[in-house]
Design a protein around this ligand. Structure first.
Ligand code: ZN
Length: 257
């Protein structure tokens, strides 16, 4: 018991050190105006060479090297994410920006039937919608992924063109399983949809799911500053979870990333 407590306090102190180093720009829930500010700053940086691309374009490496390529990715982890999703999409619409959205079909945090209208609306708006899944927690991850793809297609009427990997509160065993799954996937010849954890990783990234270790999720100031200093030819991932935004947003959702 003592060892477990000691390990836990070491993890907590590591989280706190990271937190101080990153210097939080904002603690969740972040105002929507901050998301708007981010879009404005991205659009006005890089001498006008910012190019917002959807995940398939990133996967195919088709965007010209002369631009700074920005991929806005939204992982819909929880029912709060679902509720907030169209509010974020409306902000992007105002700035004429399109992004990539990822929904779960595992029935853990929300029911698939709760997503139907949201998915249809996002597709109608010209957004990209793919699958968000954690196949590595199953005994046969590739089989689990295949099944999730079939479920997605049956319920939404199209095969997910891309998917992203959902993170579970990491223990060494889970981390190991995740790494093994990605390795298997990279070697598979089965024509799985593109996954950004396998190929074409990003030059820079900014996420909204850093944990303070004291019950909050935060945005890191150093990531914000770094992405605004990107060079032409670089690709940037902005990872967003709508649940952490807006007055109805939540502070933290430990265990889901
Ligand atoms: Zn997730």
């Amino acid at each position: 018991m003592k060892t477990v407590k000691l390990k836990l306090s070491r993890v907590k102190s590591k989280v706190r050190k990271e937190y101080i180093k990153r210097f939080p720009l904002s603690l969740a829930p972040h105002p929507f105006s901050l998301y708007e500010k981010l879009l404005v700053q991205l659009k006005s940086s890089y001498g006008g060479d910012a190019r917002f691309i959807l995940m398939p374009e990133h996967g195919q490496g088709m965007a010209p090297d002369s631009d700074v390529r920005i991929i806005l990715r939204h992982d819909l982890d929880t029912d709060v994410c679902l509720r907030q999703s169209l509010k974020i999409a409306a902000i992007e619409e105002r700035y004429n920006v399109r992004s990539s959205w990822y929904v779960r079909v595992d029935e853990y945090q929300y029911s698939i039937s709760d997503c139907n209208e949201i998915v249809a609306e996002l597709v109608r708006q010209g957004q990209h919608v793919g699958l968000h899944a954690a196949p590595y927690i199953y005994t046969d991850p590739l089989k689990a992924l295949r099944e999730a793809i079939v479920t997605f297609e049956e319920r939404f009427g199209f095969r997910p063109p891309t998917f992203t990997v959902h993170g579970i509160l990491s223990t060494p065993i889970i981390k190991k399983r995740r790494v093994a799954f990605l390795q298997q996937l990279s070697q598979s010849q089965d024509g799985f949809p593109f996954c950004d954890s396998v190929r074409h990783t990003y030059d820079l990234a900014m996420g909204d799911a850093h944990f303070t270790g004291r019950g909050n999720t935060y945005l890191a100031r150093n990531e914000w500053q770094r992405i605004l200093n990107a060079r032409r030819g670089q690709s940037i991932l902005i990872l967003n979870h709508p649940c952490y935004w807006g007055k109805d947003g939540i502070r933290t959702s430990a265990g889901t990333l």
